[in-house]
Design a protein around this ligand. Structure first.
Ligand code: PLP
Ligand code: COI
Length: 338
């Protein structure tokens, strides 16, 4: 690991690496053989569908270095499948899931020097699927590009691993009931920048979005799924207009199998969250981030005195240990990059 990177100072920011991947699909609907290229700028038509009409999706997954210096990915097939689902919704040709997984492994191998040392962070993979063909009318582009670039990253929230402070926004909504909230559509994200900027200026890490119809049920925490715990019950908003997080799905499984918790996917009202003992959010970038406080309509709920809750801690430890091959993986979720 000879790269000139300060591994102790990683944040969730882009650090250029050596290699990226690109494959192109023409109007015949066939993906070409693909190529690994030096990381750098790409050339694109100003009339590209992705630039004009937002025809694009992205994914996010991480490669980690284990204590015994292996490099592993977590459930890459799930990212491949989610991209495939999203492609249907945004009218793009799916990139084959088996190729997605092969590229994920190979791109990590080719950038292995950028996988941080054990315990120092991860190599974040950012697969993208874009309509890159030129198109003037609002219609699917005639050409598509699948790209993967990578970057070493540290914690997603500026607080690091300290509990985060959130506010429920009544001013903004993230996704409509049958809109695009359930796919990793690029257009879902720009709309969350202004709300995030506003709440950050008030000292919060992010905002909690409520459902657009009733404005009563919690949807998501920016780009992470919401959970709360009451007694032995783990609650998370049911799928619908939220992103079906891979970490979310993994946490539900682990909580049930390894902690014997009752896991419930249901509408989670603001009142449910306020009555809970613990709360956290989950995501590839966020991992499991403990929530210390939530402010709703000017009132503040503090969980566990603002410290990481005991069950949240257990779930974090179990998930991260499983991801690092330090806890049994009966599911076959961890994929070694050799
Ligand atoms: N919700 C949104 C809106 C996201 O962008 C993400 C990140 O991918 C998540 C939730 C968490 O999903 P995952 O656990 O698959 O990373
Ligand atoms: C992820 O968790 O991978 C995300 O995509 C979140 C965010 C960086 C958009």
């Amino acid at each position: 690991m000879s790269k000139n990177i300060n591994w102790d100072d990683l944040s969730f920011a882009i650090t250029p690496t050596d290699v990226m991947y690109r494959s192109v699909c023409g109007s015949d609907g066939n993906w070409d053989a693909g190529e690994y290229l030096p990381y750098g700028n790409i050339s694109i038509s100003p009339a590209a569908g992705v630039l004009n009409y937002g025809q694009g999706l992205f994914e996010g997954l991480k490669a980690l270095r284990t204590k015994d210096n292996k490099i592993v990915l977590f459930r890459p097939i799930e990212n491949g499948k989610r991209l495939e689902e999203g492609a249907k919704r945004i009218c793009m040709p799916p990139f084959p899931v088996d190729r997605f997984v092969e590229v994920a492994k190979e791109i990590v191998k080719r950038n292995a020097d950028y996988v941080p040392p054990y315990g120092k962070g991860s190599l974040y993979l950012r697969p993208c699927l874009w309509g890159t063909g030129a198109i003037l009318g609002v219609a699917p582009a005639p050409e598509y590009t699948f790209m993967v670039y990578v970057s070493p990253v540290g914690p997603y929230f500026k607080t690091g691993f300290k509990p985060i402070k959130l506010v429920v926004t009544r001013e903004f909504q993230r996704a409509a009931g049958r809109g695009t909230g359930n796919v990793k559509y690029i257009g879902n994200y720009a709309g969350t920048m202004y709300p995030a900027k506003k709440v950050k200026a008030d000292g919060y890490n992010e905002c909690i979005y409520l459902d657009a119809k009733n404005e009563k049920y919690i949807e998501e925490v920016g780009a992470a799924n919401f959970f709360c715990i009451k007694g032995n019950k783990l609650m998370t908003p049911a799928l619908g207009s939220i992103l079906p997080g891979i970490t979310r799905k993994s946490v539900l499984q682990i909580a049930k199998d390894k902690l014997g918790m009752e896991v419930v996917e249901c509408p989670v009202s603001v009142d449910d969250a306020l009555a809970a003992d613990e709360a956290f959010c989950s995501g590839t970038a966020a991992v499991i981030s403990s929530i210390g406080n939530i402010v709703v309509d000017g009132k503040e709920k503090v969980y566990c005195g603002g410290e990481v809750g005991p069950i949240t801690r257990k779930l974090y430890d179990m998930l991260t240990k499983l991801q690092l091959c330090e806890e049994s993986d009966p599911y076959g979720w961890v994929v070694e990059v050799k």
